[in-house]
Write a protein that binds this ligand. Structure first.
Ligand SMILES: [Zn+2]
Length: 214
């Protein structure tokens, strides 16, 4: 997976992008000193505000709201109660506009995905719960958000298959649920692993869609 700074979201592409030229670091050269010590929340917030005022042409109030929204999505600031992170955040539209005006792919963490998985109804709750616990389905102050619909799954187990339901060489029909959840870049790998662990099938049918910025 591409790396990005855990404190500001900047992509870490070349050695010089990393704090202290250390490619093991989770932070960019702007957010941490050469020893890897991360700057204060206030310093990084101010850096973000200046960046958006310059790169996106935002006024100070909008730049603060965009910076706040960005930082609060990043892993390093989870649970941080610093005063600069409290207050209004940019709307999704404002945020996407500000991002669109900055360097392409600047905020990799903003990539979001729709994960769709098909599970037999007997295991649908377990699969939903596992994905929610792994971080799927976060929308604002809500977690474990999902949508499910029912239908018929069909498959024909071939030679060498070890089907949970049905038998080799016999066409099978199973009542299944199509479960849809949102995932961010941070959680998508863990969500897929958790989903597969909770799913009873030998071969799990699922799709991952990359979503647009708006
Ligand atoms: Zn950074």
């Amino acid at each position: 997976m591409e790396k990005y700074c855990h404190a500001c979201g900047m992509p870490l592409e070349k050695k010089e992008d990393f704090a202290g030229n250390n490619e093991q670091s989770d932070f960019c050269v702007h957010c941490a000193d050469e020893n890897g010590n991360v700057h204060t929340c206030e310093e990084i917030f101010e850096g973000g505000v200046q960046f958006f005022m310059g790169a996106a042409g935002a006024d100070r109030a909008l730049a603060e709201r965009v910076t706040r929204k960005n930082m609060k999505k990043l892993p390093y600031w989870q649970g941080n109660e610093n005063a600069v992170l409290q207050g209004d955040e940019a709307t999704d539209v404002e945020f996407a506009e500000a991002m669109g005006k900055t360097v392409k792919n600047f905020f990799l963490v903003m990539k979001s995905f729709k994960l769709v998985v098909f599970a037999p109804i007997t295991h649908a709750d377990a699969v939903r719960e596992a994905m929610g616990q792994a971080g799927a389905g976060k929308i604002g102050n809500y977690t474990h958000c999902s949508f499910s619909s029912r239908g018929t799954g069909r498959f024909l187990p071939g030679e060498g298959a070890n089907p949970t339901i049905g038998e080799v060489g016999k066409p099978e029909e199973v009542e299944e649920e199509r479960i849809e959840v949102l995932c961010d870049e941070e959680s998508i790998d863990a969500v897929i692993s958790a989903m597969k662990a909770a799913h009873p099938y030998e071969e799990v049918a699922y799709d991952v869609y990359l979503l647009g910025a708006r």
